[in-house]
Design a protein around this ligand. Structure first.
Ligand code: NDP
Length: 330
């Protein structure tokens, strides 16, 4: 079966030459195992970290071995009582078109309740990241100003909408006018800033957030987040969710120091990873599903076609080619 391996550890920006298209044997089914056919593959910025061998919260991919990510697959054959042919499952799986796996870590998903790809986004990791990051760490209060970077992506677009549900004024930062238009017209954001056409981000943030920033949901880090510091309010909370702007750096970035801004404003910054909330996933999914059903929450996806397009879809995250969740349909 078709397989995509890590070929080399990228230095700086990853490229197609870091991936290897290969084939692998599909073994015979043993007791307790299922034969799976891949349907949707999630590509995510954090996979960049696993392509390096620097110590992290999740182990690195091995050279010559398959890459892996969140996948929705169809059960083709089953040797486990809880799964039958025709079921769909979600889990962290290697990038293979067909594979045999043990069932631990696989969760059944219902295609009648939501489109299958939604279980990788709004009803999956990125939806939960938005929900717990904003509500638990951001501690948002009605009437406050929420600023979101990476606002048109999978996490950011959901963060902003939850902010609106909770009664905040929401401003998004993203990389194109088309994305800003989507945020304000489709997702209810109050304002947006295109960082690619803005010379003075400190000033632009000040204008878009005339009452200052109470909650900053940071998906990008780097210079954009430095500019936010000049606009934070007393007792503001910054949620460090991701830092895609610096994932490909080969040298330590020379940013400004946030400490004086935090001291002066009695402000806080807190990182988190979604695995911290594994015990509360069911609660998060329930809330997100309820908001979806009530039409309070919307989502968009960028869907690429074909197993072979997985690496390019991943690389395109760093060029901002996606709106909402980037997934590959196999
Ligand atoms: P997105 O859907 O947001 O895709 C990435 C987006 O990042 C692109 O569309 C692009 O949009 C933007 N981007 C790319 N390069 C840069 C850059 N140099 N500067 C500013 N923006 C850039 O991905 P996700 O929603 O999946 O992830 C968003 C962030 O959240 C990532 O940093 C990710 O690592 C993090 N994350 C953290 C988790 C956690 O547990 N803490 C879990 C999941 C995600 P644009 O056109 O606007 O530039």
């Amino acid at each position: 079966t078709k397989t995509i391996n890590l070929k080399s550890r990228p230095v700086g920006k990853p490229t197609m030459s870091d991936f290897e298209f290969a084939t692998s044997e599909v073994p015979k089914l043993k007791d307790g195992e299922v034969l799976l056919s891949t349907r949707y593959v999630s590509v995510d910025p954090y996979l960049r970290g696993r392509m390096s061998d620097a110590p992290s919260y999740i182990e690195p991919f091995q050279i010559g071995k398959p890459m892996a990510s969140g996948i929705i697959a169809e059960v083709i054959e089953s040797n486990h009582d809880d799964f039958k042919a025709g079921d769909f499952v979600s889990g962290m799986m290697p990038w293979k078109e067909t594979q045999v796996l043990k069932t631990d870590g696989l969760i059944k998903v219902d295609p009648d309740k939501a489109p299958l790809s939604a279980y990788l986004g709004i009803l999956g990791m990125t939806g939960l990241t938005a929900y717990f990051g904003l509500t638990d760490i951001g501690k948002p209060k009605k009437g406050e100003t929420l600023l979101v970077s990476g606002a048109a992506g999978a996490v950011g677009s959901v963060v902003g909408q939850i902010g609106k549900i909770l009664g905040l004024r929401v401003v998004g930062i993203a990389g194109s006018d088309e994305k800003i238009e989507m945020l304000t017209s489709d997702f209810g954001f109050d304002a947006g800033i295109n960082y690619n056409t803005t010379d003075n981000m400190v000033k632009a943030i000040g204008q878009a957030c005339p009452d200052g920033v109470d909650v900053y949901f940071d998906n990008v880090g780097g210079e954009i987040s430095d500019a936010v510091l000049f606009n934070i309010n007393k007792f503001s909370r910054t949620i460090n969710c991701g830092a895609i702007a610096v994932y490909n750096n080969t040298e330590a970035p020379k940013g400004i120091s946030p400490q004086p801004f935090l001291v002066k404003n009695s402000a806080s910054m807190q990182g988190f990873i979604i695995f911290d909330y594994v015990d509360r996933h069911a609660e998060g999914i329930r809330q997100l599903a309820e908001w979806l059903q009530q039409d309070k929450l919307k989502y968009t996806e960028t869907i690429r076609e074909g197993f072979d397009s997985i690496p390019q879809a991943f690389l395109d995250l760093f060029k901002g080619k996606n709106k909402g969740k980037m997934v590959v349909k196999v």
